[in-house]
Write a protein that binds this ligand. Sequence first.
Ligand code: SAM
Length: 185
Amino acid sequence: MRVPERLSVAVELLGVRPDERVLEVGCGRGVAAALMCERLARGRLVAIDRSAAAVAAARARNAAKVDAGRAEFRQLALADADPASLGTYDGILAVDVNLFWTGPATRELAVVGQSLRPGGRLLLCFAPPRGRAVGPLESALLRHLRDAGFHAGAAQRPLADGGTLLAVSARHRTPSSDESAEHGG
Ligand SMILES: C[S@@+](CC[C@H](N)C(=O)[O-])C[C@H]1O[C@@H](n2cnc3c(N)ncnc32)[C@H](O)[C@@H]1O
């Protein structure tokens, strides 16, 4: 199956290392999950999606990794997740999961924050339909992340189909990251 460029770029930007624990939110049919599993030689992927059909398809696509204990797919809406049972992660990825920019996503970002290890990274990617302005989406995402206690930055990558991938990366805010933000870092 052809891998959509937005997913291969998103996985590359997350920079998964072989021994990490990674969470994907809104995994859809498990295409990005498969790319991440290829990189997780000794690590583990947990992927959630609120859609039962998506989870079934993702599980089938990644059956060998599930059987090997390297991947797990759960039908779960992020807001309903209990961080204590979800676990903690070095990296968290969501691609084209609209809830992060359509509203403050207060509950969802609290779950993500509690599930991210100190030093861990969150990457939210969006490939909006061509012709749609990326700027307002970027501003909304950065605002929601900052309000939720993250230090966040955005980058835009052109895609071969003429579209744009907005990639917003975030980490827990610390006094030093606040200082670097004040100085444009
Ligand atoms: C547009 S699809 C993107 C799927 C995949 N990430 C991709 O880029 O191909 C959005 C996915 O996020 C899931 N989703 C939306 N809101 C969610 C939530 N609150 N919790 C978990 N999954 C969610 C949907 O069921 C859907 O599978």
